[in-house]
Design a protein around this ligand. Structure first.
Ligand code: IMP
Ligand code: MG
Length: 171
């Protein structure tokens, strides 16, 4: 395994993307942003990111499972845990670890809109530069990668490596 992004590079990228997002959301206590982390891969990114936000927010989580233990997308995305917050009229910000085919984020975005969210924006830690299988708008991304399999900083390879502080490429 080789390091692809160091913990320092990740921290700088998180800082950068957080300040872009801080510039987008208003300081409105009557319209708190619902920041939704996608379990499990986004947990570390989510924890670092929300602590840099300066607008009123609430947090919640969903679990979308698409990969199983394989390194290729299975094509079907199971929503195994939904948010517990009512979504009617809410501004939602989805925090995801990585976009690859786009299927997981498309599924989640459509789901939140169908549950009545007024707006859904997306931030990803890593935009994997692959051919998207489906089209989904991604408002912010912290880092970009080649079409490689990465682990660490929340991302796993068959549940291995989520706790590593750096991002590694598996070979
Ligand atoms: P998509 O639905 O194909 O966009 O896949 C996105 C999901 O697959 C992400 O939520 C990740 O959890 C997982 N994934 C995609 N690429 C990688 C990788 O390189 N390492 C670890 N997980 C990945
Ligand atoms: Mg994931």
């Amino acid at each position: 395994m080789k390091i692809y992004f160091t913990a320092e590079e990740i921290a700088a990228a998180v800082e950068r993307v957080a300040s872009q997002i801080n510039g987008y959301y208003p300081n409105d206590n009557d319209d708190k942003v619902l920041v939704v982390g996608v379990l499990k891969g986004a947990t570390i990114f989510f924890a670092d990111l929300v602590r840099k936000f300066d607008f009123p927010l609430e947090i919640d989580f969903v679990r979308a499972a698409s990969y199983g233990d394989a390194r290729v997308s299975s094509g079907t995305v199971a929503l195994t845990k939904d948010v517990e917050t009512p979504l009617e009229g809410r501004r939602v910000l989805i925090v995801e670890d990585m976009i690859d085919s786009g299927r997981s984020l498309k599924r989640l975005r459509d789901h939140f809109l169908s549950r009545g969210a007024a707006e859904v924006c997306i931030v990803v830690l890593i935009d994997k530069k692959t051919k998207r299988a489906v089209d989904v708008p991604v408002e912010w991304s912290a880092l970009e990668s080649e079409d490689l399999f990465l682990l660490g900083y929340g991302l796993d390879d068959g549940e291995r490596g989520r706790n590593l502080p750096d991002l590694w490429v598996v070979d």
